[in-house]
Design a protein around this ligand. Structure first.
Ligand SMILES: CC(C)(COP(=O)(O)OP(=O)(O)OC[C@H]1O[C@@H](n2cnc3c(N)ncnc32)[C@H](O)[C@@H]1OP(=O)(O)O)[C@@H](O)C(=O)NCCC(=O)NCCS
Length: 448
């Protein structure tokens, strides 16, 4: 089913204000005590290139060329960039720590989105590690987001152990598939529309609009920054091996483009009938587009294996192949979420069943701590108020940390599972789980 976004929830004015807002004063003062300067970096200024070089070095990448810097500058306008500078360092214009963030939108259960602070490019130079700089930056950006009234923060991670201490939880897992294509055997639908090759540039033009039409269908997805589409399509001058990417579209019987996919094929030099297709990105507006694109990819000649990452943990694809054991599926944490404002975050989403929950939320950073009463009506809409005095009849009490509430926010894990894991306390975890559940697993099809 396709959807049209019902008006942006993060306005351009709000995005610009957050981008231009100051660094958090508490973290600035804390870092200043160690002689470090915590300040904003501008995309247009001379400080952008050293900032970018520090990010590359932080992720153990090579030095960026002038061309890379120019391309990154052109693509970074949407981000709020911050650096930590050490005036005593020999190359004092290069920050010893970096962080980027922006105001975006996160899809939540029920075809809705919540304004969310996306965080990225977190690095601390090996010369300055383990002195609390990352903590100062993370806490600082979370306070800045909370001060701006943003109810949720989100990030994808290279290291999964870093962010729980700040209240982030893995809220949407991702699945990586390795499929033996000949063994899989397509048994799914064979839609009437057509699949055609298109130029990568055409895909780059079509993808943002198509993504806007579908992104509210899956909790966990975000509004994709424009630069990501260039990355997928390889349409920047600095893109490497862009010519290896093949672009296809699915057009329905009325002639409308309803799906796009990008893939590469890697030869097997020992056996030319056993190449591997890697699905770079697949975007489907509706079940027909989904079936047609996957069938095309799984039935490619000279290909024996298909690889695809950042899929949902409940892909319909599993039920479109005759032999499910042809697919090896690896699941891991992907989209991390941190609720900052409990009423604002919960009231945006829909819930799985009516009910009343008394949520006793702890939060080491203070943003979300409190006792809340969540009342969900027959339509799955929730109202949240402070839980004071006697609880209404039938209310189920739940004690949990903000990490656990963030983990269940998108419906990616059952509250009953967290209770069984000793992460949540409740007199009736099953009843609470039914309220907080959602019928489709959340997903996020990109990294950011
Ligand atoms: C990971 C990184 C940002 C940590 O920076 P840092 O300034 O050394 O971290 P801090 O000193 O502020 O430590 C903050 C907390 O994280 C913990 N921590 C730091 N690095 C960690 C790691 N690699 N694994 C697990 N825990 C880590 C610290 O023990 C500390 O815990 P505490 O505050 O609860 O006691 C830094 O090492 C780095 O840039 N690494 C390479 C890039 C990277 O991995 N970025 C993260 C992308 S998701």
């Amino acid at each position: 089913m396709s959807t049209t976004v019902r008006g942006a929830v993060a306005s351009e004015a709000d995005r610009a204000a957050f981008r231009a807002g100051p660094v958090d004063e508490q973290s600035r003062a804390r870092l200043a005590e160690s002689g470090l300067d915590y300040r904003r970096t501008t995309v247009d200024g001379d400080d952008f290139a050293p900032w970018l070089q520090s990010v590359a070095r932080g992720f153990q990448d090579g030095e960026r060329t002038a061309e890379h810097v120019a391309a990154a500058r052109a693509r970074s306008g949407y981000r709020r960039l911050t650096g930590v500078y050490d005036p005593a360092a020999p190359v004092s214009e290069a920050p010893v720590a970096t962080i980027a963030s922006w105001l975006g939108e996160l899809t939540v259960p029920g075809h809705a989105a919540v304004p969310a602070c996306a965080i990225s490019a977190v690095t601390v130079a090996p010369t300055h590690r383990r002195r609390g700089i990352a903590r100062a930056m993370l806490e600082g950006e979370l306070r800045a987001a909370a001060d701006a009234g943003i109810p949720v923060a989100m990030l994808t991670v290279s290291e999964s152990t870093l962010y729980g201490r700040y209240g982030f939880a893995p809220a949407a897992a991702s699945a990586s598939w390795r499929i033996e294509t000949r063994r899989a055997t397509w048994i799914g639908p064979r839609p009437d529309g057509r699949v055609d090759f298109i130029a990568r540039e055409t895909l780059r033009e079509l993808a943002p609009g198509l993504h806007e039409r579908v992104r509210l269908s899956a909790a966990g997805e975000i509004d994709v920054p424009g630069s990501h589409w260039d990355g997928f399509a390889g349409t920047t001058p600095t893109a490497e091996k862009a010519g290896d990417k093949r672009a296809i579209q699915y057009t329905d019987a009325t002639g409308e483009v309803r799906g796009l996919a990008l893939y590469t094929v890697k030869e097997n030099h020992d056996d030319f009938t056993k190449a591997t297709v890697r699905v770079v990105y697949l975007l489907a507006d509706g079940d027909d587009a989904y079936a047609a694109l996957w069938r095309f990819l799984l039935e490619l000649d000279l290909v024996a294996e298909a690889h695809a990452d950042e899929l949902s943990v409940d892909e319909p694809l599993r039920w479109m192949i005759a032999d499910q054991r042809a697919a090896t599926v690896t699941v891991r944490d992907h989209q991390y979420v941190r609720i900052l404002d409990v009423p604002a975050a919960l009231e945006v989403r829909r819930f799985g069943a009516p009910g009343i929950l008394a949520l006793d939320v702890s939060d080491a950073l203070g943003h979300a701590a409190g006792r809340y009463l969540l009342e969900v009506d027959a339509d799955g809409a929730g109202r949240v108020r402070a839980a004071e005095g006697d609880l209404p009849a039938g209310a189920v009490e739940v004690s949990l940390g903000i990490e656990e509430l963030s983990a269940v926010y998108l419906g990616g894990v059952s509250l009953a599972t967290l209770a069984a894991a000793g992460r949540v306390r409740s007199e009736d975890p099953s009843a609470a789980a039914r309220v907080l559940a959602w019928h489709r697993a959340p997903r996020l099809s990109i990294w950011y």
